[in-house]
Design a protein around this ligand. Structure first.
Ligand code: MIC
Ligand code: SF4
Length: 694
């Protein structure tokens, strides 16, 4: 018997398989070749690495980046940087110093390599998929385990095939590809899948363009996205002086994708269903059930690049995708070009050449944050920086900055066009913000006209910016790992604002608690654990935890944190009840760690996103899903709940009964845990589990 043709995903995963059987839906453990951390999740990750007594990392490459917490109001950020630099030196980790750039951009430039696995404590780690890597986001504790040589556990994925045909037309951008895909797959219902790109359209897409697509693929809620490694990949690696890292990698001829089934609502999801019908092969739509839900099945997605037009996604969700005709002419008062999605050399050269000799519209503030020191150096050496500055752009540092609400917040009731990947409510730092996620091409058009403008109508020729034959390479801001002797001499610097994170503990067999919050669909990690000006408290859980769910706090009323701490003092657990897609967005484990500190022990939702579910388990919070959506409506905030027989349910149960003492009712919840997650919860969290299994 000959082997069935394999997808690229299957090939790379099989090469790294260390535990479990490769079958879709199974839990599998894979070897991790590379890790990355960034400072906002990194301090916790390294504190946990230290708590696990791991003397030195065992990966091929582990890199610690500083790019998020850069504002430095008070000593917290700099304390973190010094801790991170010293702990990296002590543990054999490379350290990318503040100023060297955004983790994903720098990793792509200097470390990405086809066929490797990469685990990062940041949800946009899939950027590396643009170079044929299986690159995934995870909580910092999972990354710490991987740095220690432990396997990473994931659901063996269903592979969603995306065929790209033709070639992008002038002023239409890689960003439009991922926005189009978001309009088809949405941010919901893709947990446990990976996306794989193929088709003749790949030939004209350079690696950084592909990286834009895989970066924002995180918004689909898939585990990662991957492009084959081909001549474009080789050219990028060669231009980075790293051609020796190249390896050609594609799916086998005849590899098949799908069928993929999505459960959608006939009325509220009507646009998505129409988009699936327009863009997918072999679409079938089942009968609607009593709740109006239909099963929509398709083979693979096809995107015709020749026919693609510029798109935009409006607040508060990256899948709120709009045709330009719907929003053209809207006044724009702020434009931000940057972030790990769109700040490559080619992106910023298109912007610079469009702005050259022109002036930013008087009613617009334009901010530009180059993705890395390499990008900024090249713009400065070739004169493009002068064109940007000359046109009136405000040059921001090479870091996340405004993307995570660190400054450049828009004025009230104004529209901000951003090339970033997320437009969750208030992420900019302004309540009620109105953000459109767009390509650099569309962003620069609005910067010139002061309104949402189709760049094809500018009357300017679209600049043609080929991939450079050689990038400027200078790794002087990248501290190489120390050898073991030198590492042993390093003293780890710990400022007083760095507080040891709390560990989890075993859940009681009978849990009594109160519904501390009843919230709706699409609650993101930015709702749970806001960043922006609070980001500097990442290394101090008791301080940061004061702001958990602060978007739901009402003036003059006790905050969510205060209510939870009062329940904890009373010996009661806090329980969160939520709708669909709970925990979307970031990998920040603080969205589990801080609630755990407050006494949250259970989350009951209609559905929970992958990284967040793993973080809950790692910090010994039980994730449950409603067996019937009607039970979500019947439960209210402050209801008293009791769940008995938890130990057995966690060990092997498929369901658990929840008594609602306030209403005198009971309902069933599904215990949807992989075998290893059951063991982690039984041990009282991943830290305890890892110590027990060391
Ligand atoms: C984000 O884009 O939301 C972040 C900030 O990069 C997060 C990580 C964090 O919260 O520190 C992410 O994407 O995982
Ligand atoms: Fe940084 Fe924004 Fe990218 Fe997150 S999405 S890593 S905050 S640039």
């Amino acid at each position: 018997m000959t082997d069935a043709p394999k997808t690229l995903v299957e090939k790379i995963l099989r090469e790294h398989l260390v535990d479990g059987d490769y079958a879709v839906g199974n839990e599998i453990g894979i070897r991790i070749d590379q890790t990355l951390t960034q400072d906002a999740t990194g301090t916790t990750s390294y504190l946990l690495l230290e708590a696990m007594d791991i003397p030195r990392v065992k990966t091929e490459a582990s890199v610690s980046y500083v790019d998020h917490n850069m504002a430095q109001f008070g000593p917290e950020n700099h304390n973190d940087h010094l801790y991170l630099q010293s702990v990296a030196a002590a543990k054999g980790v490379s350290f990318s110093r503040p100023g060297n750039g955004i983790c994903h951009q720098v990793h792509l430039e200097r470390f990405g390599a086809p066929g490797k696995t990469l685990l990062g404590s940041d949800s946009h780690t899939p950027t590396g998929g643009g170079m044929g890597m299986i690159a995934m986001g995870a909580g910092g504790l999972d990354v710490a385990v991987a740095m220690g040589g432990g396997a990473f556990y994931l659901t063996c994925p269903q592979v969603i095939g995306v065929e790209l045909k033709g070639a992008l037309q002038p002023w239409v951008a890689p960003k439009d590809i991922i926005l189009k895909l978001l309009s088809v797959l949405t941010t919901r219902g893709n947990v446990g899948c990976m996306v794989e790109y193929f088709g003749d359209g790949l030939a004209s897409l350079p690696a950084p363009a592909r990286a834009t697509v895989t970066n924002m693929g995180a918004e689909l809620g898939v585990t990662t996205s991957v492009f084959p490694a081909d001549e474009q990949t080789r050219a990028f690696l060669a231009a980075q002086g790293r051609e020796d890292s190249f390896r050609s990698l594609t799916a086998d001829a005849g590899a098949s994708y799908g069928p993929i089934t999505k459960k959608l609502h006939v009325e509220t999801d009507a646009t998505t269903i129409a988009n699936i019908q327009e863009c997918c092969t072999d679409v079938t739509i089942g009968e609607a059930n009593a709740d109006g839900i239909v099963a929509v099945t398709f083979g693979h997605v096809v995107i015709d690049l020749d026919a693609l037009a510029p798109l935009a996604a409006g607040s508060p969700s990256p899948d709120n995708v709009r045709e330009l005709s719907e929003i053209a002419g809207k006044k724009v008062s702020q434009v931000l070009i940057g972030s790990c999605t769109n700040s490559s050399f080619q992106d910023l050269m298109i912007v610079a050449e469009t702005l050259r000799g022109r002036t930013v519209h008087p009613t617009v503030e334009l901010g530009i944050a180059p993705g890395s020191k390499q990008v900024l150096t090249m713009l400065s050496n070739n004169g493009a920086l002068a064109a940007l500055v000359g046109a009136g752009a405000r040059i921001l540092e090479s870091a996340c900055g405004p993307c995570i609400g660190q400054g450049f917040s828009p004025a009230e009731n104004t529209v901000s066009l951003r090339t970033v990947n997320r437009n969750f409510a208030s992420r900019t730092g302004t309540t009620g913000d109105m953000v459109y996620l767009v390509s650099p091409e569309m962003a620069v058009a609005a910067a010139l006209t002061g309104e949402v403008t189709d760049p094809r109508t500018l009357g300017i020729d679209c600049p043609n910016i080929p991939l450079p034959a050689a990038f400027d390479i200078d790794d002087n801001m990248l501290d190489a790992p120390l050898d073991e002797t030198a590492a042993a001499q390093v003293e780890i610097i710990r400022g007083s604002t760095i507080v040891k994170p709390p560990a989890g503990d075993v859940l009681p067999d009978t849990l009594t608690g109160e519904v501390a919050l009843h919230c709706g669909d699409k609650i993101t990690t930015d709702h749970i654990m806001p960043a922006g000006a609070l980001l500097k408290y990442r290394s101090n859980v008791p301080e940061y935890a004061k702001s958990v769910f602060n978007c739901f706090d009402a003036e003059g009323q006790p905050t969510f944190a205060e209510r939870c701490l009062a329940l904890k003092a009373d010996g009661k657990a806090s329980i969160i009840v939520a709708g669909d897609s709970y925990g979307q967005g970031s990998s920040r484990e603080h969205a589990a760690l801080c609630p755990m500190y407050l006494g949250v022990r259970v989350v009951i939702a209609k559905a929970i996103e992958r990284i967040h579910q793993a973080n809950l388990v790692n910090f010994a919070i039980l994730p449950l899903t409603f067996a019937s959506a009607a039970d979500y409506d019947a439960i209210e905030q402050t209801d008293q709940l009791e769940i008995a027989g938890l130990a057995a349910a966690i060990a092997s149960g498929e369901t658990v009964t929840v008594q609602n003492k306030t209403k005198g009712t009971s309902f069933e919840c599904i215990v949807n845990l992989a075998p290893r997650q059951r063991e982690i919860l039984t041990a009282g969290g991943l830290l305890n589990y890892t110590k027990q299994n060391a």
